[in-house]
Each structure stands twice: as structure tokens, then as C-alpha cells.
Design a protein around this ligand. Structure first.
Ligand code: ADP
Length: 262
């Protein structure tokens, strides 16, 4: 538990640091994108070589902008467009896509708890979480394996051993992404949510995937934890606060009209 508290505090200070830097860089990059765009247009006919240079600058600056956007998503999140969602439905809608993403050597299974409550979440960001976790699982199973998605309704009552130091008693929707891949040792587990932490080769990973996942889960007041053993595989567990959806009345009540006849 002490370890988890230290981990959470480390992520908080990293978030503060990153958010300041990312904000300033975002402005710098916007200027570079804008001026290189002007440069490209001004040289298109007259100076093809310079046009090409400007194209390179533009391309790199846009790459940088995408990275900064991911960093900001980690540090302070992006605006949410939340709605009441059933995670089972969200996953089912993406199963074909995930199958294609994982390829034929990975067996994908989905164990859905039918008694799942709703969550109040941004569907696009939830999809991003799912995709990032599945891409990592795929990379961890280069020789093939099993990826299992599990959902479960979890009630944490007061006095229960908390799963995470920051978890308060309540009703949660649990989503687990389990793989039978290479797993992670303690030193990787301690750092895996940090932005730019990667064990992949240069060009293979940016180290931003899990930082983005962390940011999104945190923004949804959720909790993420990982269990892993080298050689056996990894399980990512995501707890989202469950909500009772507010049902909007579909038909307005008819006003009572008095039809008094004199
Ligand atoms: P990237 O995938 O670009 O390296 P991530 O932030 O997504 O960045 O992951 C950081 C690191 O965490 C990975 O480089 C890898 O070492 C480790 N990791 C993440 N998911 C898994 C997994 N399912 N199995 C094994 N290692 C993983």
C-alpha cells in the first residue's frame, strides 16, 4: 500500500511538471506549424527545394503537436463529452475492430458481466483506452497468445480492504484486459505509466500509450492497477465509478386543462 501511495504521488508531481512544459511547447509548435505552412505556400512554385524543407518542418511540428496533445491528456486531460454508457455494449461494438488489430495469432475472448451498471464516460476516450491496452497486449504476445476482456460489477463496502489507497467505498464497474504475454518485472511495473517510459526499440514505442490511459482513467475518477509476472502475462484492472442513469422522461406530462363549461 505504501508503494502505491508513493506511486500515486509521483504521478501527481509528474503531471504538474509535464502540464507546464507541454502548455508552452504547444504554443511554440503552433507558431512553427503556422509559419512553415506559410513558407510552403510561398515557395511552392518558385523554390521547390525550400518548399521541401518547409514540408519537413511542418511534418515534424505536427508530429510534435500530436505528442504534446498526448502529454496534455496525461497531465490534465482533454475536455470530456460524457454520457451514460454500458461498457459491455461499448466493447461489443468494437470486437470486430479489435480482432483485426490483434491479428490471427491472438485469441480474443470477452467475458461480460450481464449485471453491469452504467458509467458516465466519454465513449471516444474509452475506446482510446481499450485500443492502447490491446496494442500493448499484442506487442507483448509476438508469438501469439490469449487476450481476455473481462467486465465485472464490484461493490466496495466500508471496511473492505481497498484495492487501491485512493479508492473510496462505492459501486464500481471493473474492466480487465488480460494477456498471456511476456509480462513485466517490478522495475517496469513501477514506471509504466510515466510519459516516455518505454522498453521498446526506438521507433517502436513512444512511451505515451499508458500515460494517456492513466490520464483518461483518472479524469473519469477511475483507478487503474496492474498485476504481472515475467513470462506469464499481465492484467490491467480499471475501476470506473458506477452510476444510476437519470432517465429523461420521453413524453412531457400534458398540462391539465380545465374545460369548464358554463
Ligand atoms: P509504449 O507501448 O510506446 O512502449 P506504453 O506507455 O504503452 O508505451 O507502455 C510502456 C511500457 O510498459 C512498454 O514499453 C512495455 O515495457 C510495458 N508494457 C505495457 N503494457 C504491457 C503488457 N501488456 N505486457 C508487457 N509489458 C507491457
Amino acid at each position: 500500500l505504501q508503494n502505491q501511495i508513493m506511486q500515486a504521488q509521483k504521478m501527481e508531481s509528474l503531471g504538474l511538471l509535464v502540464s507546464g512544459i507541454a502548455h508552452d511547447f504547444n504554443n511554440l509548435l503552433a507558431a512553427i506549424v503556422g509559419f512553415s505552412d506559410l513558407g510552403m505556400r510561398g515557395t511552392q512554385q518558385k523554390a521547390p527545394l525550400f518548399h521541401e524543407y518547409f514540408e519537413h518542418i511542418h511534418h515534424r511540428a505536427e508530429q510534435g503537436t500530436r505528442m504534446i496533445r498526448q502529454l496534455l491528456a496525461f497531465a490534465r486531460g482533454t475536455p470530456l463529452e460524457p454520457q451514460y454508457l454500458n461498457i459491455n455494449e461499448q466493447i461489443t461494438a468494437h470486437l470486430d475492430f479489435l480482432h483485426a488489430l490483434l491479428g490471427t495469432s491472438i485469441q480474443l475472448d470477452f467475458q461480460a458481466d450481464p449485471g453491469l451498471k452504467a458509467i458516465y464516460a466519454d465513449a471516444t476516450q474509452l475506446e482510446q483506452v481499450l485500443v492502447n491496452l490491446c496494442l500493448n497486449a499484442r506487442d507483448a504476445m509476438a508469438m501469439g497468445g490469449n487476450l481476455t476482456l473481462v467486465t465485472q460489477q464490484v461493490e466496495i463496502t466500508p471496511g473492505f480492504q481497498p484495492i487501491h489507497p485512493y479508492m473510496v467505498p462505492g459501486s464500481y464497474v471493473l474492466l480487465q484486459v488480460k494477456d498471456t504475454g511476456i509480462g513485466m518485472d517490478e522495475s517496469v511495473q513501477a514506471r509504466l505509466f510515466e510519459p516516455f517510459f518505454t522498453t521498446k526499440e526506438v521507433g517502436q514505442g513512444t512511451g505515451l500509450g499508458l500515460a494517456v490511459v492513466y490520464g483518461i482513467v483518472k479524469q473519469h475518477q477511475g483507478i487503474i492497477s496492474v498485476q504481472s509476472q515475467p513470462g506469464l502475462g499481465s492484467t490491467f484492472s480499471l475501476y470506473f465509478p458506477a452510476v444510476e442513469p437519470v432517465i429523461e422522461p420521453t413524453e412531457k406530462l400534458q398540462p391539465v386543462v380545465s374545460t369548464e363549461v358554463e
